[in-house]
Write a protein that binds this ligand. Structure first.
Ligand SMILES: *[C@@H]1O[C@H](CO)[C@@H](O)[C@H](O)[C@H]1NC(C)=O
Ligand SMILES: *[C@@H]1O[C@H](CO)[C@@H](O)[C@H](O)[C@H]1NC(C)=O
Ligand SMILES: *[C@@H]1O[C@H](CO)[C@@H](O)[C@H](O)[C@H]1NC(C)=O
Ligand SMILES: *[C@@H]1O[C@H](CO)[C@@H](O)[C@H](O)[C@H]1NC(C)=O
Ligand SMILES: *[C@@H]1O[C@H](CO)[C@@H](O)[C@H](O)[C@H]1NC(C)=O
Length: 436
């Protein structure tokens, strides 16, 4: 174990022993202030409120307040829509959402393009969703979404402000949390989605307490997502941080994600996705998939996860596919990853089954091949640090591990469980591997 890594572990252990709690400090601004000096997950490094004032000079500033937005707890959706329409067709415009105010936007919110290329929406303040479940029934599209940005090209969303999904009312009535007779089985709305858009920049923002997934990219091409802080309680169901669906050429970097589900999930139809410097936890870790659900044909390829820290997550880096699916997960590289007390640090599960009825044995499978794990180190919360659970009929191929060192969080030992995987080992790999 090198010295640097030893120090990280020591600092973390000390923080945990001194009553340091991730979930608590990330839930409110007030708590965030207190923890500015801790080694991990400080807001200051990540969400910057930088506005380039020179650049802003030649721009047409369109302020939502001038369209009647109040930020006083009444629904400001109408004012936002009018301001958006005006800004969208004005060349070189910035749609401004002022600081220090909270604007309630009742669903469905549809920020529709196309707009003039170079259009910027600058959110300094807070945009908040309704806690009234009835409001969501007005959304004509199922499954529902609170805010959708649709068909934009060369669009930037930034400003240091916040999108708050106000999701508690969804979580506490979800059957996933409390199986009461009156619990809800319907899927809660996604919070913020970019749909069918190109050349996007989404940066310097906070996404809090989503009803379901926080930030979704659906059919987008050319995305830079950076300096994002995404936070919801560990117990909030299905609140993925960043969800990538059917999108290409994305660069996700410098994000802190702490939610009740996957920090980052990359699913069907996604290709050429890079994620760099992601701090994740608590949550379910970084996932490719699930793929192949209900016998679907899903492909994901050319994914590079580089520099990530996973703290107290249920999975570290995971590839999950359902039996009976088709397609592939190909050329996926996990590199320079630190794990701290992660339940399943490295996992490929081709027998994924997240439903009530048991999944029965099927021959078809999503092919998993050319997967690299390089420079992965840290601690496992359980004794199985590496699990490759691959399909008998479509074994995992070309799985390469290079300099992987996982050790137990609490003492004892860690091991690998492996079925139907073709492995290549390089450098130092521990725990050792044998695969049937
Ligand atoms: C918002 O509040 C901060 C701190 O009180 C203050 O410095 C800043 O000028 C305010 N901004 C606006 C636009 O009111
Ligand atoms: C995203 O766009 C697709 C294609 O137009 C459409 O079918 C889908 O309903 C949209 N999703 C949302 C949430 O608007
Ligand atoms: C599964 O796929 C079949 C055939 O494509 C479709 O008819 C069915 O509705 C799907 N079931 C679910 C639960 O999505
Ligand atoms: C490690 O994770 C386990 C299981 O999630 C948890 O019970 C334990 O408190 C954690 N240990 C530390 C030091 O955080
Ligand atoms: C693989 O998954 C199946 C189904 O969850 C389980 O029964 C089996 O024990 C797992 N094998 C390994 C090696 O983890």
């Amino acid at each position: 174990m090198n010295l640097q890594w030893f120090l990280v572990v020591t600092i973390l252990v000390n923080l945990q022993c001194s009553g340091f709690s991730m979930t608590n400090f990330m839930n409110s601004d007030e708590n965030e202030q207190k923890s500015k000096h801790s080694a991990f997950w400080t807001r200051r490094d990540f969400v910057k409120d930088i506005i380039d004032s020179k650049k802003q000079e030649n721009q047409n500033i369109i302020n939502v307040d001038h369209f009647g937005a109040n930020g006083d707890g009444s629904n400001d959706a109408k004012a936002f829509m009018e301001a958006w329409k005006k800004a969208c067709k004005t060349p070189q415009s910035i749609l401004l959402v002022p600081a220090n105010k909270t604007y309630l936007l009742n669903p469905p919110i549809r920020f529709l393009g196309p707009c003039k290329p170079g259009f910027i929406m600058r959110v300094h303040g807070t945009i908040k969703a309704s806690s009234n479940l009835k409001e969501y029934e007005k959304d004509p599209i199922l499954p529902r979404t609170w805010v959708v940005f649709y068909q934009l090209n060369h669009f930037t969303l930034d400003g240091g402000g916040t999108f708050d999904g106000n999701g508690q009312v969804w979580w506490e009535t979800s059957c996933k949390v409390n199986n009461r007779p009156d619990c809800r089985t319907d899927i809660p709305p996604k919070a913020v989605m970019f749909n069918e858009s190109m050349n996007l920049k989404v940066m310097n923002l906070r996404f809090l307490n989503a009803q379901q997934m926080h930030l979704t990219f659906d059919n987008c091409k050319g995305v830079e997502a950076s300096n994002l802080l995404v936070i919801a309680p560990e117990e909030s169901p299905n609140t993925d941080g960043i969800h990538v669906f059917s999108s290409q050429n994305m660069n996700i970097k410098d994000c802190i994600i702490s939610t009740g589900d996957d920090c980052l999930s990359i699913v069907a139809g996604s290709n050429n996705i890079r994620a760099t410097n992601i701090r994740c936890g608590p949550g379910h870790g970084i996932s490719i998939g699930s793929l192949g659900k209900n016998r679907s044909m899903d492909v994901v390829s050319d994914i590079h996860i580089n520099k990530a820290t996973l703290l107290g997550t249920t999975n570290g880096v995971r590839i999950k596919t359902w039996q009976g699916g088709r397609g592939y997960a190909h050329n996926i590289r996990f590199e320079d990853i630190r794990m701290i007390n992660v339940t399943n640090p490295i996992i490929i599960d081709q027998n994924y089954c997240d439903q009530e009825e048991p999944c029965h044995q099927q021959n078809d499978a999503v092919q998993v091949n050319k997967i690299v794990y390089k420079d992965i180190r840290g601690t496992s919360a359980t004794d199985v640090a590496i699990r490759f659970n691959c399909s008998k009929t479509f074994p995992c191929e070309d799985i390469e591990l290079q300099n992987v060192h996982l050790f137990p969080q609490r003492g004892g030992g860690v091991k690998t469980l492996c079925a139907n995987a073709e492995l290549k080992l390089g450098g130092y790999v521990s725990p050792g591997l044998l695969c049937n």
